[in-house]
Design a protein around this ligand. Structure first.
Ligand SMILES: C[S@@+](CC[C@H](N)C(=O)[O-])C[C@H]1O[C@@H](n2cnc3c(N)ncnc32)[C@H](O)[C@@H]1O
Length: 315
């Protein structure tokens, strides 16, 4: 069984379960993933031999794009794991989010991030953190509680990092499953999507933008993003979460007229498939596919939820 997805972080709104359906519509040799997110669709496209050109504005996705999609043969080594344990003076998380983890563990994580020199090592640490603190707990909502709560109230929900080296070694192997050479020079870009579309050339473009009315990625992952750059980031919500998001969907379609095939996916409780189809049809002939899909994680909690996911594919 293909274990490539084990290399990727869990991602809110990630399309791991839909990736095969999405890729069944892809044409040509160059696949463009304009909103990379957690990387599931790009990784499958890479495994299927496409040249992948992916993009996302966020640092968390840059880490995935560089460490996994672009990377042909640099694997994580034991040294990459052991070098994370060196003592440093770093206190970023301790000082910025003092209740994020238990004290001893926070010290280890602060050291580890100061020692992490490569995107692969950062990916290793993010997957490690998610093992002890599910991604929802890195969201903006929970830490507000964490900041105000007594540690005794939170403690039962936080697992101690028992023998981190063993867990890290195991995650290292999982990440290495996703690193392979598909014979193409795959690319990651970290741009606003409209700047990215100006110059990109390819056969199929896949759009999975944030959805209007849903929680913004910038809020949900603010702590994770801040930890990655080791500085507190001010939340700036994506324009695709705004009330006039529809206008940006039209702009995506206008800016991608030079690409033969367009695939859109949309999800969430209030998605109106017919409306989205009619938006795309104002630019090109298109078809609608409605798929019942279970979300791996949600903004509100960690439980599986069934939702309808919509694909709109140009003809
Ligand atoms: C729905 S997620 C993509 C999920 C991805 N398909 C997966 O399977 O993991 C949307 C992504 O759009 C990115 N994003 C939001 N606004 C953007 C913009 N203006 N330009 C580029 N990326 C943007 C977010 O950082 C987020 O990762």
């Amino acid at each position: 069984m293909w274990k490539g997805y084990d290399s990727l972080p869990s991602y809110f709104g990630g399309k791991r379960k839909l990736a095969r359906r999405i890729m069944s519509h892809a044409e040509g040799e160059v696949f463009i993933d304009a909103f990379l997110g957690g990387g599931s669709v790009s990784l499958l496209a890479k495994a299927r031999g496409f040249k992948v050109i992916c993009n996302d504005i966020s640092e968390r996705s840059r880490m995935v794009g560089k460490a996994i999609v672009e990377n042909k043969n640099t694997k994580l080594t034991d040294y990459d794991v052991y070098s994370l344990f060196k003592e440093t003076e770093n206190k970023f998380i301790r000082e910025t989010y003092p209740n994020l983890l238990l004290e001893k563990d926070i010290q280890f994580i602060d050291n580890a991030f100061a020692n992490a020199k490569t995107d692969l090592q950062k990916l290793l640490l993010i997957k490690f953190l998610a093992k002890y603190k599910p991604f929802g707990m890195l969201s903006n909502k929970i830490p507000k509680d964490l900041e105000t709560c007594n540690i005794k109230v939170i403690k039962p929900h936080i697992k101690y990092m028992y023998k981190p080296v063993r867990a890290l070694e195991q995650i290292k192997d999982h990440i290495n499953y996703g690193i392979f050479d598909n014979g193409k020079d795959n690319e990651f870009h970290q741009k606003d999507v409209f700047d990215f579309l100006e110059n990109v050339q390819g056969d199929t473009v896949y759009f999975d933008p944030p959805y209007a009315g849903s929680q913004s990625y910038e809020e949900f992952y603010n702590i994770l993003d801040s930890i990655l750059v080791q500085k507190k980031i001010h939340v700036e919500k994506s324009k695709f979460n705004s009330d006039d998001a529809e206008k940006f969907l039209h702009k995506l379609l206008e800016k991608s007229m030079h690409i033969k095939k367009v695939i859109f996916s949309f999800g969430g409780p209030q998605i109106d498939g017919q409306k989205l189809l009619s938006i795309v049809q104002q630019h090109r002939p298109a078809e609608l596919y409605e798929i019942q899909h279970k979300w791996a994680i949600t903004a509100s909690d960690e439980q599986m939820q069934t939702a309808t996911e919509i694909l709109v594919v140009s003809k």
